[in-house]
Design a protein around this ligand. Structure first.
Ligand SMILES: C[S@@+](CC[C@H](N)C(=O)[O-])C[C@H]1O[C@@H](n2cnc3c(N)ncnc32)[C@H](O)[C@@H]1O
Length: 246
């Protein structure tokens, strides 16, 4: 099983696939100026939950793109079940290769998926900025190191993670101004990590003879160890609302 297939298993109980909370997602949308018929593009949209929340609260129209067929299918099912199929469209593909029309969206979002682009956060905000109209906003969800003394053995496993001040530096270097930040707390992290563990554990109970069982057990154990040993202490995560510089 590759990493995304393991995610299909572990994320069954999660709608938002990040250590955050629906209220924070709505606050980010409000600060970004979402309103009726705002056009929002969401890169790496997962199960479409952010677009669904924003469509219900603000009446936006959304376009989401995700590389995982199972995520796209689940997103489309939920969108339909909420009667939002005329407001939200989901495309299955590589966000970094999607050819959007420049300056055609009011708000561009990428929540926990800047790794879609080879150069991560910096390339993501550059591309997102191309997608928005003058006066538009970006919403980015990103992990960062919350301490400067991250053990080398853990830091080496996560080469794309950086300090929050470095995210700010990169955003400014791309001509963006930070206008709002919503940090995640330990409860957000516990919820996200624990629901992933529960998804894996329940799958193992339901699939006693599955040929990939050992891989799933290994992933479960590594996830437990990584979170309790390092992640809880050294990982931060936040939603950033950005606008082109003044
Ligand atoms: C951490 S999840 C976040 C999903 C969603 N934004 C949310 O907050 O619930 C990252 C998502 O990025 C998707 N993804 C990974 N690589 C991608 C790529 N190159 N293009 C589009 N989506 C990608 C994964 O399938 C996954 O659903």
């Amino acid at each position: 099983m590759n990493f995304l297939e393991l995610k299909n298993i572990s994320e069954r109980y999660l709608d938002l696939v990040n250590p955050t909370h629906p209220e924070k997602i709505l606050t980010a949308g409000r600060v970004a100026g979402m309103k009726k018929d705002s056009r929002v593009i969401d890169f790496g949209c997962g199960y479409g939950e952010e677009l669904i929340l924003w469509a219900k609260e603000f009446g936006i129209t959304g376009f989401g793109i995700d590389i995982r067929p199972a995520a796209c299918e689940r997103a489309r099912e939920k969108i339909k079940s909420q009667g939002l199929e005329n407001r939200i469209e989901i495309a299955c593909g590589n966000a970094a290769e999607y050819e959007f029309q420049p300056q055609s969206f009011d708000i561009a979002t990428c929540i926990g998926a800047t790794f879609c682009w080879k150069d991560g956060f910096r390339e993501a905000v550059r591309e997102m900025q191309r997608a928005i109209k003058p006066g538009g906003r970006l919403v980015v969800g990103e992990a960062y190191w919350s301490h400067s003394d991250v053990p080398a053995e853990f830091a080496q496993r996560q080469p794309s993670i950086t300090a929050e001040r470095e995210l700010l530096r990169m955003a400014r270097a791309e001509g963006l101004e930070l206008i709002y930040v919503l940090h995640s707390n330990h409860d957000d992290w516990d919820h996200y990590e624990s629901e992933n563990l529960r998804g894996l554990s329940d799958w193992l109970d339901e699939n006693p003879m599955h040929p990939s069982r050992d891989e799933v057990i290994q992933h479960l154990h590594e996830s437990q160890e990584e979170y309790l040993q390092y992640g809880r202490e050294y990982f931060g995560w936040a939603l950033y609302v950005l606008k082109p510089g003044t």
